[in-house]
Design a protein around this ligand. Structure first.
Ligand SMILES: NC(=O)C1=CN([C@@H]2O[C@H](COP(=O)(O)OP(=O)(O)OC[C@H]3O[C@@H](n4cnc5c(N)ncnc54)[C@H](O)[C@@H]3O)[C@@H](O)[C@H]2O)C=CC1
Ligand SMILES: O=C(O)[C@@H]1CCC=N1
Length: 272
């Protein structure tokens, strides 16, 4: 793995997070290549991480051992088809795209390929990522290990047995940082509306979120309900807030949001 040349085709937000994790873990920058049509994005990647950059997907893919397909699902077919004249038989392909089934890539590339599907999330950028991985039985243990090591440079990984479980990974981990950002954003908005300055409101909300998440992680023996109950004094302030969330059916809303998240992944699987 330490000698593998890794190329990110379409280096936007998510690859940036993975590259950040890789480089801060000591992966040699000269072995990491990123492509993007945007000169600004490439300049920033080069300046921040010292990696190789270019506009040319084909040349970059040709030189790589591991190709991380990172464009938006809508562009995936076009980008893969542009590379389909290359002999890809020796390459390990990793896709981070939501929705698109593994089998579809063989059609895009017009040849058999070795492909692992992954679903990372942006906290990978700070080593706190969570990535789901899926490989069928044709992928060797050595290639699975390469993929796992790559993704573990940014956090935790979990292999799923069935490909459609990746949609669960999207709902629970790939998309979910946005749910928490929205919640913290709403808390800050309340703080500001009621007279705090934004910096103070953010400091209060973010530290509470961080502390709560760390308590969940560090107390696996306690249920979430117990952790919540420990904050909630009978007849006290928290009870009023929690009751308001329950009356507003926060649980039902979370359920609906995650169902819709998965539905969109299923639609994307049919569309792209
Ligand atoms: N952002 C996230 O939290 C996550 C994203 N993903 C997946 O990662 C993929 C990328 O998402 P983001 O990084 O968020 O999107 P993004 O929009 O930040 O990055 C995509 C990049 O592809 C570039 N691009 C466009 N056409 C190209 C071409 N022909 N060749 C090379 N590059 C091209 C764009 O300039 C853009 O910078 C998507 O497939 C998404 O499903 C997966 C997990 C989490
Ligand atoms: O919103 C999206 O489609 C991608 C996949 C998971 C996070 N971002």
């Amino acid at each position: 793995m330490t000698q593998a040349k890794i190329c990110f085709i379409g280096a936007g937000n998510m690859p940036r997070s993975i590259i950040s994790g890789l480089i801060s873990n000591g992966y040699p920058a000269e072995l990491v290549h990123a492509t993007n049509p945007s000169a600004g994005k490439l300049d920033a990647l080069k300046a921040d991480f010292g990696i190789q950059v270019s506009h040319d997907n084909i040349v970059a893919a040709q030189a790589a051992d591991v190709i991380v397909l990172s464009v938006k699902p809508q562009l995936m077919q076009m980008v893969c088809e542009q590379m389909s004249h290359l002999d890809l038989s020796s390459k390990l392909m990793i896709t981070i795209a939501a929705g698109i089934p593994a089998s579809r890539y063989q059609d895009y590339f017009k040849q058999p390929i070795k492909l692992v599907r992954t679903m990372p999330n942006t906290p990978t950028q700070i080593g706190a990522g969570m990535t789901g991985l899926f490989a069928d039985e044709s992928i060797s243990a050595a290639n699975k290990q390469i993929c796992e090591t790559l993704m573990q440079s940014g956090g935790k990984t979990v292999w799923v047995k069935q490909e459609d479980e990746l949609n669960q990974v999207i709902a629970l981990a790939g998309s979910s940082p946005a749910y928490f950002f929205l919640f913290i954003e709403s808390m800050i908005q309340h703080g500001v509306k009621t007279g705090l300055d934004e910096v103070t409101a953010r400091e209060l909300a973010q530290q509470a979120a961080l502390g709560a998440a760390q308590m969940v992680v560090q107390n696996p023996q306690l249920s979430l309900e117990e952790l919540r109950t420990n904050v909630t004094s009978k007849g006290g302030t928290t009870a009023q807030a929690v009751e308001t969330f329950e009356q507003g059916n926060l649980r039902g809303l979370a359920d609906q949001a995650m169902t819709n998240c998965k539905k969109r992944a299923e639609e994307m699987a049919k569309t792209f």
